[in-house]
Write a protein that binds this ligand. Structure first.
Ligand code: 26W
Length: 841
C-alpha cells in the first residue's frame, strides 16, 4: 500500500476564469430545431468530433455524432440551470446512491427535448437508419435491479418537476455482468460498457478530489479542549463525470455526477523519482480498482473491504463537492438545512453521516452538538428491504482499519444516542443492546441501518405494507423511540421511459383519448375508465397489445432465435433471481401443466396456449439461484421440444435481462407475475410497469401489490397466497412443507418429475438440492402457496377465454395506476421529507 504523509494533494485547483467575451454571460444558444439545423449540427459533429466524412463513417461514428447533436440541443439549458441554481441558491436534493440503472440515453434525451421526429427525419436525409444507431447504444448497467432503477426514475421525475437535484454515485467501469447461458447454466461476462467511449458523459479531471483512507487518529489540545484528528495513510483521487438529466418538455436539465477513482499523481511521482516504475503502476491499478466494478449481490451484502471503500469513496467526494463547489463561498453552515437534503438510498451511502460529522467537527471546528443537530436535519434514509440478512453491517475491525476517525465518531454517536434511550426507557439493558448501533455478535460491528435511522430526519419504507412492517418488525424499538420519524413513500416509475418510450403505440392511443397532459400528470389516466366501456376502444387497445407482442417476437428472434407464437397468453416473470421472489413457484406451475398432459390426465387441446417468459440474473455467488436458472432452462428445453404439448406451452428465458429488454417485454405482457412470499418484497416496481402497460397481475398480498390491487379492484387482479400475518402464524405453528407435498397430488407429481431426472437427462442429482430445499428447508414457503397459486392460474385461464373482458380489465389497470408515477413519489418525498419547492422558472 502506498504510503502518504504527503501534502493533501497536488491536483491543481481550478481557477474561476473571468468572463471576457460578450457571449460569456450566456451559453451558446441551441441550434435551430429544424431538420436542416439538426443535419448541419450532426455533420459538424461527425466531421469535427469524430473526424470522419459522412461517406466514410461507421455506425459507431454516426451514433456518437447523433448523441453529440442531442447534447448540443440540451447544453444551453443545462448551463442555464446550473447558473440559476448558483444564483437562486434554492433548496435541492442530493440523492446519494451506489446504483443508477439508467437504461439507454439516446431516445430518452430525444423525447425530453422534443427532437424525436426531427432527428429521424434528419438521419433519413443523411441516408442513415436511425434504428441502427439506437441499437448501437450500450446501456449503462450501473445497478442491480429495483433500487438502481428507482434512482434513475427519481432523477427523471425531479428534473421534470423542476426540482433542483444532483444525483451522486459511482461511475463503475464495469456495470452489472452480462449473462450468458452455457448448457442452461449462467455464465457471467464482464460488462465492458465503456469500450467505445461514452458520448453522454463530461469528465472533469481538473476538478478531481483527494479521498483519504487508513492511518490513525490522535488527540491534541485545542486551547484547553481535547480534540481528535485523523492522520490518514493513503489516498486516491475521485474524478467527477457529469451527465445531463433532462426534464420532459420543461427545458430543465439537472445533473448526475458519478465518481471515478484514480491514483493521486503524487504516487507516481514519488515512486518514479525513486525509480520504482513497477510500484508506481501497481499504485495506479490499486486506486483504479475502487470504481472498477459494481458488486452484483442484490440482497446479501458480502462485507468486502473494497465495497466499503467504494461507499466511502463516493460519499466523501459527494459531500465535499457539495460543500466546496455547490455552496457559495463563505456559506453559513447553520443554514444548511435551508439548502440541502442528502437522501440515503438504502444503507450503502450511510458512511456519509460520520464523514459529514468529521468535516463539521474536525475540519470546520464546529461543536459536536451543533454539528449533530445539523446532521439530523440534513439527512434522510430510505430502506428497501425486509430481509434481515440484507441489512448491511461493517465489522468494527474493518472500519477501524479503513476509517479510524469515522469509527470514533460512530462510537460517540452511539454513546449519546444510548444515553437518550436510557433517559426515555430507563436502564432496560435488553433494549439498549437491541438498539445499539454497535452489535456484539457474531463479531463487533456497526449496523448501518441503525446509524441511518438515528441520524436521519426521516426514515421511509417504499410501500405501505413495507413501511408498516419496518416500523413493527424491523425497527420496533426505534419507531417507539422516534414516533414521528417513520413515514412511507410508495415507489413509482417514470411514465416517460416506461410508457412513452417503451410503448409508443399505447401512448398514442392514450393521447388520442385524453389529450397530451397525462405524461406529466399520470392521474389523468383515470379518464380511460370511460373508454374501457367502448368496444371500439377495446379493439384498438387489444390491437396495440398484439402489435407489441409481434414487436417483442421480432426482438427475441433477432437476439436469441426464439419464436413467440400468435394467440398465446404472454405470462412474464422478470426480476432478479431470488428465493424470496419465488421463481420456483412459477416453475412448478409450468411443470404441473406439462405433467398433466404428459401423463395423459389432460388433453393438450384443453390447455390455454401460453408462452412463459423469464428474465433473471443470479448473483454469481448465490448457488441456489444459479441452480434454479439451470432448472428453468432445462424445463424449457424439454417442454419446448415435446410434441405431446402440440406447441401450446413455451418457456423462453432470454439471457441478460436488462432495462433495454424490459422496455420490449413489459408492453407485450398479458400477465405479470408478482409472487413473492407476503412480507418479503419491499415494494416491487416491475409490478407497476406491467400494470401501467395493461398487463393483469397475478400476485400475493405483498409490497406494492397491495396498493395496486386496492386501486384496480379485486376483479382486475388475481390474488393468491397467504397474507403476511398468515405467514407469521404458520411459522409459529411450524411449517412442514412435506405435508403439502404429500397431500397435493399435482404438486407431488410435479416435484417427482423433476426429481426423476426428467429435465436433467436422467441425472437425479442435479436438481436434488432444489427439491430438498423446498421440502425441508424453505424460508419462503413455496409449497404452502402452491395450491392457491395453481387455483389462481386456473382463474387466469378462464378469464383469458373472454378476450374482450380481459382487455377491459387491462384498460382498467392502466386507468387506475396513475398513482404509480414516480412524479407522485417525488411529491410525497417533497411533502413528507424534503420540503423543497420547485425552482422558480
Ligand atoms: C450487496 C448489497 C445490496 C443489498 C441490497 C445491494 C442492493 C440491494 C438492494 C436494496 C436490492 C434492491 O434492489 N431492492 C429493491 O428495491 C426496490 C426499490 O425500492 C424495491 O421495489 C424492491 O422490492 C427491493 O427488493
Amino acid at each position: 500500500m502506498p504510503d502518504a504523509s504527503l501534502a493533501p494533494d497536488d491536483a491543481t485547483p481550478t481557477q474561476p476564469r473571468a468572463a471576457t467575451h460578450p457571449l460569456a454571460i450566456a451559453p451558446v444558444p441551441s441550434p435551430p430545431s429544424s431538420v436542416d439545423g439538426f443535419v448541419k449540427q450532426f455533420l459538424l459533429n461527425l466531421n469535427f468530433d469524430r473526424g470522419v466524412a459522412l461517406s466514410e463513417s461507421s455506425v459507431t461514428d454516426q451514433y456518437f455524432a447523433l448523441a453529440y447533436t442531442v447534447r448540443d440541443y440540451l447544453m444551453a439549458r443545462w448551463l442555464e440551470d446550473q447558473k440559476r441554481q448558483r444564483d437562486t441558491q434554492a433548496k435541492g436534493v442530493c440523492y446519494l446512491s451506489a446504483e443508477y440503472l439508467l437504461g439507454r440515453q439516446l431516445d430518452n434525451n430525444l423525447l425530453a427535448s422534443r427532437l424525436t421526429d426531427v432527428a429521424s427525419e434528419a438521419m433519413a436525409q443523411c441516408g442513415i437508419d436511425i434504428e441502427a444507431l439506437r441499437a448501437e447504444e450500450v446501456e449503462p448497467g450501473l445497478g442491480n435491479g429495483g433500487l438502481g432503477r428507482l434512482a434513475a426514475c427519481f432523477i427523471d421525475s425531479l428534473a421534470t418537476m423542476s426540482v433542483p437535484n444532483i444525483g451522486y454515485g459511482i461511475r463503475y467501469e464495469y456495470g452489472i455482468f452480462r449473462q450468458t447461458f452455457v448448457d442452461g447454466q449462467q455464465v457471467e461476462q464482464p460488462d465492458a460498457w465503456l469500450t467505445y467511449g461514452n458520448p453522454w458523459e463530461f469528465p472533469h479531471p481538473e476538478a478531481a478530489q483527494t479521498i483519504w483512507f487508513g492511518g490513525y487518529t490522535e488527540t491534541y489540545d485545542d486551547g484547553g479542549v481535547t480534540r481528535s484528528r485523523w492522520i490518514p495513510g493513503w489516498s486516491v483521487v475521485a474524478v467527477p463525470y457529469n451527465y445531463m438529466v433532462p426534464g420532459y418538455h420543461n427545458g430543465r436539465v439537472n445533473t448526475l455526477r458519478l465518481w471515478s477513482a484514480g491514483a493521486t499523481s503524487s504516487f507516481d511521482l514519488r515512486e518514479f523519482n525513486s525509480g520504482d516504475y513497477q510500484e508506481a503502476v501497481r499504485a495506479q491499478v490499486f486506486a483504479e480498482n475502487i470504481s472498477k466494478v459494481l458488486y452484483p449481490e442484490d440482497s446479501t451484502p458480502q462485507g468486502k473491504e473494497l465495497r466499503l471503500q467504494q461507499q466511502y469513496f463516493f460519499c466523501a467526494a459527494s459531500i465535499r463537492d457539495f460543500l466546496d463547489n455547490v455552496l457559495p463561498e463563505g456559506f453559513d453552515l447553520e443554514r444548511l438545512p435551508e439548502r440541502v437534503i442528502f437522501q440515503l438510498n438504502d444503507t450503502h451511502p450511510v458512511i456519509a453521516v460520520p464523514e459529514f460529522m468529521r468535516i463539521l467537527v474536525d475540519e470546520r471546528g464546529m461543536e459536536w452538538d451543533a454539528a449533530w443537530a445539523l446532521t439530523q436535519q440534513c439527512f434522510a434514509y430510505t430502506c428497501h428491504t425486509l430481509l434481515p440478512e440484507a441489512l448491511e453491517v461493517w465489522s468494527v475491525d474493518l472500519l477501524g482499519r479503513l476509517l479510524p476517525r469515522h469509527l470514533e465518531i460512530i462510537y460517540r454517536i452511539n454513546e449519546e444516542f444510548l444515553l437518550e434511550v436510557r433517559e426515555k426507557f430507563g436502564d432496560d439493558e435488553m433494549r439498549i443492546r437491541n438498539m445499539s448501533i454497535i452489535s456484539e455478535f457474531p463479531q463487533r460491528s456497526v449496523r448501518m441501518a441503525y446509524l441511518a435511522t438515528v441520524a436521519g430526519a426521516k426514515v421511509n419504507g417504499v410501500a405501505e405494507l413495507h413501511s408498516q412492517l419496518l416500523r413493527d418488525k424491523v425497527l420496533p424499538d426505534f419507531s417507539e423511540f422516534y414516533p414521528d420519524k417513520f413515514t412511507n413513500v410508495t415507489n413509482g416509475v417514470t411514465p416517460r421511459r416506461f410508457i412513452r418510450l417503451a410503448n409508443p403505440a399505447l401512448a398514442d392511443l392514450i393521447t388520442e383519448a385524453l389529450g397530451a397532459g397525462w405524461t406529466v400528470d399520470l392521474e389523468r389516466l383515470r379518464g380511460l375508465e370511460a373508454h374501457a366501456e367502448d368496444p371500439e376502444f377495446r379493439a384498438r387497445f387489444a390491437e396495440v397489445k398484439a402489435a407489441n407482442k409481434r414487436r417483442l417476437s421480432e426482438v427475441l428472434w433477432h437476439r436469441d432465435r426464439f419464436e413467440v407464437s400468435d394467440g398465446h397468453l404472454l405470462d412474464v416473470m422478470v426480476k432478479r433471481l431470488h428465493e424470496y421472489k419465488r421463481q420456483m413457484l412459477k416453475l412448478l406451475h409450468i411443470v404441473t401443466l406439462y405433467e398433466r398432459v404428459a401423463s395423459g390426465r389432460v388433453a393438450a387441446s384443453d390447455l390455454t396456449p401460453r408462452t412463459f417468459i423469464f428474465g433473471a440474473k443470479a448473483a454469481p455467488g448465490y448457488d441456489m439461484a444459479k441452480r434454479i436458472i439451470h432448472l428453468i432452462n432445462s424445463v424449457g428445453s424439454v417442454v419446448n421440444a415435446d410434441p405431446v404439448l402440440e406447441g401450446r406451452l413455451k418457456v423462453l428465458f432470454p439471457p441478460n435481462y436488462n432495462v433495454t429488454l424490459a422496455e420490449r417485454v413489459i408492453p407485450a405482457a398479458d400477465l405479470s407475475e408478482q409472487i413473492s412470499l407476503a412480507g418479503k418484497e419491499a415494494s416491487g416496481t416491475g409490478n407497476m410497469k406491467f400494470a401501467l402497460n395493461g398487463a393483469l397481475t397475478i400476485g400475493t398480498d405483498d409490497g406494492a401489490n397491495v396498493e395496486i390491487r386496492e386501486l384496480v379492484g379485486d376483479d382486475n387482479f388475481f390474488l393468491f397466497g397467504q397474507t403476511e400475518p398468515e405467514v407469521e402464524a404458520l411459522w409459529a405453528r411450524g411449517y412442514r412443507p412435506a405435508e403439502f407435498y404429500r397431500e397435493n397430488d399435482d404438486l407431488r407429481r410435479a416435484m417427482d418429475l423433476i426429481a426423476s431426472g426428467a429435465f436433467s437427462g436422467g441425472d437425479r442429482s442435479v436438481f436434488e438440492p432444489i427439491m430438498s430445499n423446498l421440502l425441508y428447508d424453505d424460508r419462503f414457503m413455496v409449497l404452502a402457496d402452491y395450491a392457491s397459486y395453481i387455483d389462481a392460474q386456473e382463474r387466469v385461464d378462464a378469464a383469458y377465454q373472454d378476450q374482450d373482458a380481459w382487455t377491459r380489465s387491462a384498460i382498467l389497470n392502466v386507468a387506475r395506476c396513475g398513482f404509480f408515477s414516480s412524479d407522485r413519489s417525488m411529491r410525497d418525498y417533497i411533502d413528507r421529507i424534503w420540503h423543497t419547492p420547485p425552482a422558480p422558472a
